[in-house]
Design a protein around this ligand. Structure first.
Ligand SMILES: NC(=O)c1ccc[n+]([C@@H]2O[C@H](COP(=O)([O-])OP(=O)(O)OC[C@H]3O[C@@H](n4cnc5c(N)ncnc54)[C@H](OP(=O)(O)O)[C@@H]3O)[C@@H](O)[C@H]2O)c1
Length: 325
């Protein structure tokens, strides 16, 4: 396991989150779990948005040992489950609001699979469901911003977002699950599908901030982070899902060879969620050349045409007619 070099130093600089509510998707393991523990230690009430499993129950019990936490079932492979989570969150957090929503959950390198809603599994779990979740909890974010000055949405992208000739493409956001390149050996297309979903995380951040800023007195910031290669459970899950070609093994092994600890991988998320100096639209991650190290403020990677296409296609795919109430 890689040693943790930066995370503890960063956390020591973060302010108390006492009185705040922090919801995190995909916090049964990996960086979401590290962030949930950190939020609890900083004094936040933590809402763990996980699909029901023994892993989810174990993670809840561990975070409850550190502070206040509860579980809201949320399966990101199902739009109905995300809508149900939205109802539960509005019931539970109507009075307090929601200070930080961290859209962390993700799957990587999955086969060309359609979800029950007809989308590519990677695009739905990594982006479309998070888009819908933000819509569902928007009134709670505005409530927290009104009560305590600001609220945040944090998306989790990846170094994989950047590939030459890989702008955002509409078919990946539509009901084309199972028909997005297939799984022909050696499986380039599964990595293209992952790239598209992780680019969507970043472009959604910029589009959300722009749309939110058009609302009078907006107090909600949209931010993004990427961890660099991190030694989490993600790579093993790719292998378990059939990722065993030479290309799969090359990508997974070369990632793990330079990976930092999952705690250091969480630095970007922690800054985006809790750094008092972070501004709307900020993007945090390790140095682009070394791909590891402390989370830095990265240069923006704006793509106005891609952002607009992503926003409109995500609205259509999730069936939202008006994003804000
Ligand atoms: N590790 C890296 O090198 C790396 C690099 C770049 C970006 N990232 C990003 O970092 C994020 C966190 O990944 P990680 O590396 O910490 O991996 P991880 O340990 O596998 O965590 C992924 C989390 O997502 C959850 N998840 C997956 N499918 C879900 C679904 N349908 N509904 C609800 N939750 C679901 C998993 O929950 P279950 O227990 O239910 O499966 C788990 O809690 C991902 O967005 C990933 O793309 C990771």
């Amino acid at each position: 396991m890689p040693a943790t070099l930066h995370f503890d130093e960063l956390v020591a600089t973060l302010p108390t989150q006492d009185g705040k509510v922090v919801a995190i998707t995909g916090c049964t393991s990996g960086m979401g779990f590290v962030l949930a523990c950190t939020a609890a230690r900083l004094g936040a009430r933590v809402v763990m948005l996980n699909r029901p499993s023994e892993r989810a129950d174990r993670a809840l019990a561990e975070v409850q040992r550190l502070g206040t936490a509860d579980l809201v079932p949320c399966d990101l492979a199902s739009l109905a489950s995300v809508r149900a989570a939205g109802v539960t969150l509005r019931e539970r957090l109507g009075d307090t609001g929601l200070d930080v929503l961290v859209n962390n959950a993700g799957v990587m390198g999955m086969t060309d699979l359609a979800t029950e809603d007809g989308f590519d599994l990677q695009m739905q779990a990594n982006h479309l469901s998070h888009f819908l979740l933000v819509h569902e909890v928007w009134p709670l974010l505005e409530e927290a911003a009104q009560q305590r000055g600001e609220a945040r949405v944090v998306n989790h992208s990846s170094g994989a977002r950047n590939r030459p000739d890989a702008e955002m493409r509409q078919p990946y956001l539509e009901r084309n699950g199972g028909h997005l390149g297939g799984d022909r050996w050696p499986g380039f297309q599964k990595w293209r599908r992952y790239q598209q979903s992780k680019l969507a995380n970043l472009l959604f951040t910029y589009a959300l901030q722009d749309h939110a800023d058009q609302r009078p007195g907006n107090g909600v910031k949209a931010l993004c982070a990427h961890p660099g290669p991190a030694d989490s459970g993600l790579q093993a899950k790719t292998t378990r899902a059939g990722g065993t070609t030479i290309l799969d093994r090359y990508i997974i092994n070369s990632t793990l060879k330079i990976a930092q600890s999952q705690e250091d991988g969480t630095c970007g998320l922690a800054r985006a969620a809790f750094d008092p100096g972070a501004k709307g639209g900020d993007f945090f991650g390790p140095d682009a050349k070394t791909r590891t190290g402390p989370a830095l403020l990265l240069p923006p990677e704006r793509d106005p045409a891609g952002e607009k296409m992503l926003w409109d296609a995500s609205l259509a795919s999730t069936g939202i007619t008006r994003f804000f109430p």
